[in-house]
Design a protein around this ligand. Structure first.
Ligand code: NAD
Length: 493
């Protein structure tokens, strides 16, 4: 098997210590790839390459906007040309159903195109300023931050890479990217594309390896000007602490325990369908998953029964066969989920369906778990407070709008939330009170490149996507111009 290498300064390079790690297909526990297993030494080489490309060569940041945009469009076209191959890679690596992986690749293409299109659009401003020093004029420009470290999780391998790489590069930064060690294969393919389109050496560098060994150096190095991270809240805290040494800019997209609030007047079947999408899409391994269903008491029994009927009917199997539910990404993650299930049972939640590993047929070789619903959940249970990151939903009931809002906000997280009702004014009232960065009314989970994405509270800070996503990777410089050069008489009063 070909060993996939780091990409540093435009060259494919083995890890300095020569170490490698296996990449596992979660569908059958087979090895599907071997990749470099880097350490801080490799990361330092990548940082040095990005630093030199940004501060010395400067080719990427000085490139004209249209030319940089042209690179971004060509990257998008090349991703599109390899759509099926990239979708299969993410399915093999992560386990997700193939149609979902295809959507991810389409979204990645759109993301590069979106940020290509933003290059050169009006930014900054021109200001009328006070004339105490004589006639003055001021304007602001947006400039790249410099060397950016980007770290992503495994749940959307290519898409999370694109959410970070596209705006960071569009803004003119030089980057070092570290994907999750569990799902590195599509990242390697993406860097093959960067190589193929001829991105200037050092503008984009790839480091393969684990977080503590290879990633943390990006957070702590004084040569990195910014770190953006998507992953768990615990790792986000480690990264924020490690980043403090040089006060680098930090962006954190972290975990969630998001409420999906369903009122009795909602369109019933629509709410069931969206609740399914909210919690079982991508095997529930979605940061914004509607993993707490808060439902008005009067329709709870009917709703839970219908949800369980739908969940029990879901097909489970290899992502390549395009089932409703594929495997969990790794054995470790599977056991973590089963641990949450066990604890929920011990704490008195009522298991309605699922809750167990699939041990029959071909699924026995992989890391499959049945879609799981817990009823009678209360605010003090871990299942309503902690992120499971799997196909597990906790159902809680409410009687009033006020109670629903209180329950919705009663976690340390604030990433996402949804509300289902046919009362428009109520939908907007609830939205106004929800402490979350990404919200939906009468739908759950649709995400768009055009709109900023990120969390409140312990779900992080900073935003991916949209114009805000580009601004994250920029500094704002103020330029003040004296329109009447010469002494102003300030010291001659
Ligand atoms: P994780 O925190 O374990 O790992 C994420 C990345 O961080 C990986 O690349 C990992 O190698 C790296 N890492 C781990 N320890 C590190 C360290 N000490 N220093 C530097 N890097 C380190 O998360 P995960 O299990 O890969 O992903 C699941 C989590 O991601 C969930 O909590 C989920 O909610 C979150 N997530 C959030 C969003 C969002 O937009 N808010 C999107 C997707 C996933």
């Amino acid at each position: 098997m070909n060993i996939k290498k780091n990409y540093i300064n435009g060259q494919w390079q083995a890890a300095v210590k020569g170490a490698t790690r296996d990449v596992i297909n979660p569908c059958n526990a087979q090895v599907i790839g071997i990749v470099a297993d880097s350490t801080a030494e490799d990361t330092q080489l990548a940082i040095a390459a990005a630093k030199s490309a940004f501060y010395q060569t400067g080719e990427w940041r000085r490139m004209s906007g249209p030319k940089r945009a042209d690179f971004m469009y060509r990257i998008a076209d090349a991703i599109k040309a390899r759509l099926e191959e990239l979708a299969v890679l993410d399915t093999l690596d992560n386990g997700k159903p193939l149609r979902e992986a295809r959507c991810d690749v389409e979204d990645a293409v759109a993301c590069f195109r979106y940020y290509a299109g933003l290059i050169g659009k009006p930014q900054g401003g021109v200001y009328e300023v006070a004339d105490g020093f004589g006639p003055m004029h001021a304007y602001c420009v947006h400039e790249p931050v410099g060397v950016c470290g980007l770290i992503t999780p495994w749940n959307y391998p290519l898409l999370m890479a694109s959410w970070k790489l596209a705006p960071a590069l569009a803004a003119g930064n030089c980057v070092v990217f570290k994907p999750s060690e569990l799902t590195p294969l599509s990242a390697v393919a993406l860097f093959e594309i960067f190589d193929q389109v001829g991105l200037p050496a050092g503008a984009a560098n790839l480091i393969l390896g684990t977080g503590p060994a290879a990633g943390q150096e990006l957070a702590q190095s004084h040569d990195v000007d910014m770190i953006t991270f998507t992953g768990s809240t615990r790792t986000g805290q480690i990264i924020a602490s490690a980043a403090i040494g040089n006060l680098k800019k930090v962006g954190l997209e972290l975990g969630g325990k998001s409420p999906n609030i369903i009122f009795a007047d909602a369109d019933f079947e629509g709410a069931v369908e969206w609740a399914m999408i909210g919690v079982f899409f991508n095997q529930g391994q979605v940061c914004s998953a509607g993993s707490r269903i808060l439902i008005e008491e009067s329709i709870k029994d009917r709703f839970v029964a219908r949800l369980a009927e739908r969940a029990n009917a879901m097909t489970i199997g290899s992502g390549l066969d395009d089932p409703d539910i594929g495997p969990i990404v790794s054995e470790g993650q599977l056991h973590k989920i089963l641990g949450h299930v066990q604890l929920a049972k011990e704490q008195g939640a009522k298991l309605v369906c699922g809750g167990e590993r699939v041990t029959e047929g071909a699924c026995a070789q992989g890391y499959f778990i049945r879609p799981t619903i817990f009823d009678n959940c209360t605010r003090d249970m871990a299942i309503t407070r902690e992120e499971v990151f799997g196909p597990v939903v906790a159902v809680q009931t409410f009687k009033t709008e006020e109670e629903a809002i209180q329950m919705a906000n009663d976690t340390p997280f604030g990433l996402a939330g949804g509300v289902f009702t046919t009362d428009g004014a109520r939908a907007l009232r609830v939205m106004k009170e929800l402490r979350a960065g990404v919200t939906w009314i009468n739908c759950y989970n649709p995400t768009f490149n055009e709109a900023p994405w990120g969390g409140y509270k312990m779900s992080g800070y900073g935003r991916d996507l949209g114009v805000n996503g580009m601004v994250e990777y920029q500094q704002v410089k103020q330029v003040n111009i004296n329109l009447k050069p010469g002494p102003v008489g300030w010291y001659q009063r």
